[in-house]
Each structure stands twice: as C-alpha cells, then as structure tokens.
Design a protein around this ligand. Structure first.
Ligand SMILES: C[S@@+](CC[C@H](N)C(=O)[O-])C[C@H]1O[C@@H](n2cnc3c(N)ncnc32)[C@H](O)[C@@H]1O
Length: 215
C-alpha cells in the first residue's frame, strides 16, 4: 500500500484541534473486549502497534494520532489484514485523553507507550509537547495497578522532562537501577527508533510501573 503524504508537524494548540474526539463504542471495535489494552500515544503511521497486535493477539492495541490521514490509512491497512485487536483513533491527546480513557472497559488499560514525541525545541513551543502534567495524572487514574508506561526519545531534554513528570507523580515508580534503560523491553522498535539506530544516535528510555493510586 502506497503511504499517504502528510504534514510532518501539526500544532495541537491550533483551533482546528480543540474539539475533543468522542469515544467510539469499543464493543464495535475489538473482537474480544476482555483482553488487556496497550495504548500507543502519538503512533504516526502505526507500524509499531501493527506488529505488536500480530505478535500479541491476546492484547488489544489502540494507537492515538493527531494527523488524520495517517489514522485513516492505518485503519484501512488493519482492515486488509483483518486484525480484530487493533484500532487507530484520530485525536488530540492533549484534550481527548481523559474522555477516551474513561470510556475504555474498566481495569483493562495495562500498558502505555509514548515513543519519540515531537520535541518542540523552542521554549515558547514547549506547551505543545504531548506529556504534560495532566497527561501523567490521567494515565495514573486509568492504568491498572502494576500497569506499565514505557517512554523513549532521541532528544535527551525531552526524555528528561517526560521522565521527571512521571517520577514526580506518586502513582509511578521508575523500574531498573540505571538512569536510562540500555535495551527496549518491547519486542518491536518504532519507525523513529529504527531511524535513530541507523544514524548511530542514542535513545533515552525509561519504564515506569503504576504502584498505587497516588492519593
Ligand atoms: C515523531 S512522531 C513518532 C511516531 C512514533 N511513535 C515513532 O516512534 O516512530 C510523533 C507523533 O506524535 C503525533 N502527535 C503529536 N502531538 C500529538 C497530539 N497532541 N495528539 C496526538 N498525536 C500527536 C505526531 O503527529 C507524530 O505522528
């Protein structure tokens, strides 16, 4: 399937993206709603969850992405492959995460990945970054105890900011004793991860576990 061409970056604070996405009827989406859910935030073309859904058919995978043409293309590809445990949703995570999480079957969100989010280097653009304190609080509310959040970036400052935001929340505990994980604990690299590896550049990775409610 030929890949669609889309803008590389969109501004999540622009007026176009301020209407939160309405959650779908999940029973119409997944073949088995009882399976644990893996949420991939900022999934782009979604190849990571596509492979994961094939490797782990006993999980349901949900990719969230703000560039709608990529979501449409990914869902078409999913349909061609007939995968009943994978879905992609067009949304702005910064205003749709909470309504989406609250609509999921309770107790099923077990794994979250946030991988190579757009860095928005300029100070005045940093409000556009995906992992804001509210993002962490929402994930703390809806992940199951023992659930995991895996984050990675090729931009050290972005990785530090994400890591610190999760570390500051009492519901989350960083796993491992080293500052950064040396290996990806998941069996599939993302497209951006492969590109970074091919350039010989470092990746900064952290795994968190939800250990309590944080109240
Ligand atoms: C650099 S790409 C990384 C894609 C993929 N995770 C990877 O590692 O290859 C970041 C993605 O996050 C998406 N994104 C950025 N802000 C978003 C937001 N507020 N809501 C949903 N997706 C967003 C971008 O459109 C882009 O596709």
């Amino acid at each position: 399937m030929a890949a669609v061409r889309v803008r590389q970056h969109v501004n999540p604070l622009s007026r176009k993206y301020q209407t939160p996405t309405s959650p779908p009827d999940w029973s119409q989406i997944y073949a088995d709603l009882d399976q644990p859910i893996h949420l991939d935030i900022g999934c782009a073309r979604g190849r990571f969850v596509l492979s994961m859904a094939q490797i782990q058919p006993d999980w349901n995978f949900l990719g969230l992405e703000i560039r709608e043409p990529l979501v449409d293309e990914a869902n078409q590809y999913r349909d061609q492959l007939g995968l009943g445990n994978l879905h992609y949703l067009f949304c702005n995570v910064n205003n749709s995460l909470r309504p989406l999480l609250s609509s999921l079957p309770p107790g099923k969100l077990q794994r979250v990945t946030i991988q190579f989010p757009d860095p928005w280097f300029k100070k005045r653009h940093q409000k556009r970054r995906m992992v804001q304190p509210e993002t962490v609080a929402d994930l703390a509310n809806y992940l199951v105890i023992g659930g995991e959040v895996f984050i990675q970036s090729d931009v050290e400052a972005v990785a530090i900011e994400m890591r610190d935001r999760f570390q500051e929340h009492p519901a989350f505990q960083k796993q491992g004793t080293t500052e950064w994980l040396t290996q990806n604990p998941l069996p599939v690299p993302t497209e951006r991860e492969i590109a970074t590896f091919n350039k010989g550049e470092p990746v900064y990775r952290v795994l968190f576990q939800k250990i309590g409610t944080g109240d």
